[in-house]
Design a protein around this ligand. Structure first.
Ligand SMILES: [Zn+2]
Length: 61
């Protein structure tokens, strides 16, 4: 089991998550957040949310 800390974007709290070690090979996992009760897409390797690592893309025009 791999444990990681991520920051809940809704409550701003640091939350500890855990994932089966085999799943850390996947880039992102959907994790149920105990702080806000929602789901966040988080990278268990560094605890970053997908929305943090990939800020809103600007349309290239
Ligand atoms: Zn949350």
């Amino acid at each position: 089991m791999h444990h990681f800390i991520f920051r809940c974007p809704v409550t701003g709290l640091n939350v500890q998550g855990s994932v089966a070690s085999s799943e850390t090979e996947a880039h992102y996992i959907a994790h149920a957040c105990p702080a806000c009760g929602g789901m966040h897409i988080v990278n268990p390797l560094n605890g970053k949310l997908m929305s943090e690592e990939h800020p809103r893309l600007k349309p290239e025009s």
